[in-house]
Design a binder for this molecule. Structure first.
Ligand code: ADP
Length: 376
C-alpha cells in the first residue's frame, strides 16, 4: 500500500482523508496541533511544524508521496525529498512560485496569462511614489490569506495604509464576476476541468458569502476561462489539483487573480454535486489511477459556516437541526473545538436543478446557521 503524507491538518486535510478511506493508501499528517480537524482521520499523526526543515524532511522520508493543504510549508525540505525520490504534489518549484505574490504575478506575465497590471513595491516608502497607479489593490507578497494581506488603495491619502514589506500593487479591476476554475492534471499531463463556479462575497469580512455552480457566464467567457486556466496549469509542469481564481471585468475581459496549487474552498461542492470530487480526484492523481469524471450531477450552491462576530470559545451550532431538515442540503462541520470571529467552521452544499432555489436555500442557510460560543 502506498504511503502518502499531507502537510497541514485543517479542514482541507480532513476532507482529503475522508476521500482517502475509499482507496488503498496509508495516510500520514504533519501538523502542530494534535486536536486539528485532520488529526483523528489519518492512519498516522505526527505533531510538528510544517514550516520547519527538519520536521518536514523527517516526516517525508520513507513516504511514497506527499501533498499539501496549505502553501506555507518548508519547500527546501520538499525539494530535498523530491530529489531523493518522494513524489510531491504539487512540485516544490510550483509552490515556491505561487506562494509569493510577486513571483506568481511575474509567472503570469512571462507566460502571457492575462492578469491585472501590477508593479512591485518593496517598502511602504516606495509605495508613496505610486500615486499614478491608483486606484489599486496592495497585496503583501507572502503570508496573506482570506483577505488578510490585501489593502484597497483608492487615492493618494490611502497610500500610508499599504504594507511595509515586499508587495504587489495591482490596478483595481472593475469586477463583473468572480469565478473559480478547478483543474486537475495527472503525471502524464492529462487534464480534467470542473465547471467554473461563481463567487459572491461578503464585503465586510472579505470571506466567501456563497458560491454557485455552474457560474452564469456565456460560452465565450467560459472558453476564455478554460483556456486561461489550462495555460496556467500547463506551464507549471506539475501534476496536482489547482484552483484558479479569475475576474470577469466590466468589458468581459477575463483576468487571473490568483492560483492555489491544492484542493480549495471553491471546490467543496464537488463532494456531493460532482461524480468525482476534488478530494477524490487528488487521490486518483497521487496514486496513479485514471482521472475522475468532473461533470456535475446537479447544479449546486455552497455556503461557508463562519464563526460569528463577538463569540470566541467552545463552538455551538445554532440552527443545525433546521438546516439538516432541508432537502438536498449537505452539512460539513470541520471538528474545530473553538470558534472565533470569521473562522471557517464548516460548509453546507445544496443541490437543485433550479438556480432560484439554490439562491433561496443558500440565503436561508446563512440566516439559520450561526456559530456562537457556549461560554463568553
Ligand atoms: P486572498 O488571497 O487574501 O483571498 P485576493 O488576492 O484573492 O486575496 O483578494 C481578495 C479580494 O479582493 C478578491 O476576491 C477581490 O474581491 C478583491 N481584489 C483582489 N484584487 C483585486 C483587483 N486587482 N481589483 C479589484 N478587486 C480585487
Amino acid at each position: 500500500m502506498q504511503k502518502v503524507g499531507i502537510l497541514g491538518g485543517g479542514q482541507l486535510g480532513r476532507m482529503l482523508l475522508q476521500a482517502a478511506a475509499n482507496y488503498p493508501v496509508e495516510t500520514y499528517v504533519l501538523e502542530n496541533d494534535s486536536e486539528c480537524p485532520a488529526a483523528h482521520l489519518c492512519d498516522h499523526f505526527t505533531k510538528g511544524d510544517i514550516r520547519n526543515f527538519d520536521a518536514v524532511y523527517a516526516f517525508g522520508k520513507g513516504l511514497d508521496s506527499i501533498t499539501i493543504e496549505i502553501e506555507n510549508v518548508n519547500t527546501d525540505a520538499l525539494e530535498k525529498l523530491e530529489a531523493e525520490g518522494v513524489k510531491v504534489f504539487p512540485r516544490p518549484a510550483v509552490l515556491k512560485t505561487i506562494r509569493n505574490k510577486i513571483l506568481q504575478k511575474q509567472y503570469y506575465a512571462k507566460h502571457n496569462i492575462p492578469s491585472p497590471e501590477f508593479m512591485v513595491t518593496e517598502t511602504r516608502q516606495a509605495l508613496q511614489q505610486a500615486a499614478h497607479f491608483l486606484p489599486a489593490v496592495h497585496k503583501i507578497a507572502e503570508g496573506g490569506y482570506d483577505g488578510k494581506g490585501v489593502q484597497v488603495i483608492r487615492k493618494q491619502e490611502d497610500l500610508p495604509r499599504g504594507f511595509d514589506a515586499p508587495s504587489v500593487l495591482e490596478k483595481m479591476v472593475e469586477i463583473q464576476k468572480e469565478i473559480a476554475q478547478m483543474v486537475a492534471i495527472n503525471s502524464k499531463g492529462e487534464i480534467a476541468l470542473y465547471p467554473p463556479v461563481e463567487m459572491v462575497f461578503d464585503q465586510s469580512l472579505n470571506l466567501l458569502d456563497y458560491q454557485l455552480c455552474p457560474a452564469a457566464i456565456d460560452d465565450k467567457t467560459l472558453w476564455k476561462v478554460e483556456a486561461i486556466a489550462v495555460q496556467v496549469v500547463k506551464n507549471f509542469e506539475s501534476p496536482g489539483i489547482f484552483a484558479i481564481e479569475l475576474f470577469v471585468d466590466r468589458n468581459g475581459a477575463v483576468l487571473v487573480n490568483e492560483t492555489a496549487p491544492r484542493v480549495h474552498n471553491s471546490g467543496h461542492h464537488t463532494i456531493e454535486a460532482h461524480f468525482s470530487s476534488q478530494f477524490d480526484m487528488l487521490w486518483r492523481i497521487i496514486l496513479g489511477f485514471p482521472l475522475g469524471n468532473t461533470d456535475a450531477i446537479l447544479p449546486s450552491a455552497m455556503v461557508n459556516v463562519i464563526g460569528a462576530e463577538g463569540f470566541t470559545g467552545k463552538a455551538n451550532y445554532e440552527g443545525l437541526a433546521e438546516v439538516l431538515a432541508i432537502d438536498n442540503a449537505f452539512v460539513h462541520l470541520y471538528g474545530k473545538k473553538e470558534t472565533k470571529p470569521g473562522r471557517k467552521m464548516g460548509h453546507v452544499t445544496v443541490l437543485s436543478k433550479e438556480k432560484q432555489e439554490l439562491i433561496h436555500q443558500a440565503n436561508k442557510i446563512r440566516g439559520l446557521l450561526n456559530v456562537q460560543s457556549t461560554s463568553e
